[in-house]
Design a protein. Sequence first.
Length: 231
Amino acid sequence: MERVLVIDDDVELCELVAEYLEPEGFDVDVADDGLEGVGRALAGDYAIIVLDVMLPGINGFEVLRRVRAKSRTPVLMLTARGADVDRIVGLELGADDYLPKPFNPRELVARIQAILRRTRGASSIDAQGSPSETITVGDVRLDTGARTAHRHDEAIDLTAAEFEMLAVLLAKAGRVVAREELAEAALGRPLAPLDRSVDMHISSLRKKLGYEVDGIERIKTVRGAGYVYTK
């Protein structure tokens, strides 16, 4: 059974999440405050962490910051509906995806499964010892086997979603990539109406890579179509 850590102080919600996840083959652990959550996250072998922003002790952002300093375990953040700033901050700190509260428990299960399909796929490729593919565009180099990214030979720390998104953009440099294609590649799920997660990941990539290269915008927005990486 895959282990899931839920860090949330809402007892009823945690019980509901466990009720939906356990029949799907997940073993659910719960931490009801931030400090306990950090300890469990770093001590346990979890497939994914479900993390609420609002927590007693230390908030979800600080939990994520401490976890990301030592672990790449996928994190799905729970945010207040309409709290765009929370989503942006969470993604910038290394969350893989977010889900606004209140949510349908079936949607939570679907998001978790989508993240795990993507991470399992990457692990399977690594385990098979498949040859690395290096994609180089301008000053950015991506090694898809080692899952490393460099700009001017300086390592760039990317989340799993950011890595997948950048790989697609670089592979199709000079061509427009639809937001829907980026969502499938980076999040493992279709893009829902009003879902801004792709745009937020693009914003984070721009910050990490630099907004311009040789005075030209690195990742251009093509209104109504998607994004294009400057070739």
